[in-house]
Design a protein around this ligand. Structure first.
Ligand code: GUN
Length: 301
């Protein structure tokens, strides 16, 4: 029997619709509009695509979008000056600096210059620390999206074992912390781990964000496990470009209980969760009730 397909596209559409609906209702009640500022330094083609998509989807959800495109040779003081202005701008409720930044800029210093209340990426050290200690905070978008999809399949994480493959600050580490906060038993593997297949065989949940096409194989997977593939790899297959994840999908799908496809799994959830975080930040900044509808919303249809 094949695994159930976790349809990130329809989850994301449901999240975006929920955000748009609440955004419109809050606007009708208060006259205020949530605003998202996205800062892009340089012209990385992949970043250009993401930034355009973020702005477009913010507008579709009834938000204001402020795009700031700066040249690749922008100096730290100029970028920090822009961030301070955005921090002080009452029309801006969320600020995102697209990563990676050009090498001469210190990404950590730039992220930590964003007001934690407007840090809709959840990358500021204060939000990282709050999530790490199990407090309410802004949660990074991709792990947040993964948790939403996982919650659909697991009402309770207690007694379950998860393996997170990859320990980046953007995905692996926050993912592990969120699962741990939900009382899951969590293992984290990375490029220096020597026993990943062995760890994977113990896992009821496998989340992989390694950037290695087809890394996770069917023999690694405990029958019935839930497999979340965060990887987006552009490869050549049969002489044609193809987008594949970090999971050997065609084989793993026969062993797993549920699995995200690539594309159409985790990817669409990231921007949807960015919008959810922006709405949440808007509510907090304006003393409006922030309904935690998004994490608990079980049914995407
Ligand atoms: N670059 C790749 N993923 C992300 C993300 O989630 N946020 C930001 N700011 N940059 C990224």
């Amino acid at each position: 029997m094949g695994a159930q397909l976790i349809d990130g596209k329809s989850y994301a559409a449901a999240v975006r619709a929920g955000v748009a609906q609440r955004s419109a209702a809050l606007h009708a009640r208060t006259g205020l509009t949530p605003g998202l500022a996205v800062v892009l330094v340089g012209q990385d083609p992949a970043s250009e695509v993401y930034v355009r998509a973020k702005g477009k989807q913010a507008v579709e959800a009834g938000m204001r979008s402020f795009e700031h495109r700066l040249p690749a040779d922008t100096q730290a003081d100029d970028l920090l000056g822009l961030i301070h202005r955005l921090n002080d701008d009452p029309q801006v409720h969320g600020i995102l600096v697209q990563l990676p930044l050009p090498a001469h800029l210190d990404a950590r210093a730039v992220i930590n210059a964003i007001s934690p209340a407007k840090d809709v990426d959840g990358f500021h050290i204060s939000n990282v620390g709050m999530v790490g200690t199990g407090q309410d905070a802004i949660v990074p978008c991709t792990p947040l999206g993964c948790m939403m999809m996982l919650r659909h399949h697991h009402a309770d994480f207690r007694g379950l074992t998860a393996l997170v493959i990859g320990h980046s600050n953007i995905v692996g580490k926050p993912m592990a912390r969120l699962l741990l906060n939900a009382d899951c038993t969590v293992m984290v593997a990375h490029k220096s781990s020597t026993n990943i297949p062995e760890l994977a065989r113990m896992a009821d949940i496998v989340v992989v964000a390694a950037g290695v096409p087809g890394l996770v194989r069917a023999e690694w997977i405990k029958p019935g496990a839930t497999v979340i593939d965060v990887g987006i790899n552009r490869i050549q297959r049969d002489g044609k470009p193809a987008l594949v994840g970090d999971v050997d999908f065609e084989n793993v799908r026969h062993v797993a209980g549920a699995i995200t496809p690539v594309p159409g799994g985790v990817g669409p959830m990231t921007i949807a969760c960015l919008l959810a975080n922006t709405l949440s930040a808007f509510c907090h900044q304006n003393g409006l009730e922030d309904q935690p509808l998004l994490l608990d919303e079980q049914d995407p249809t």
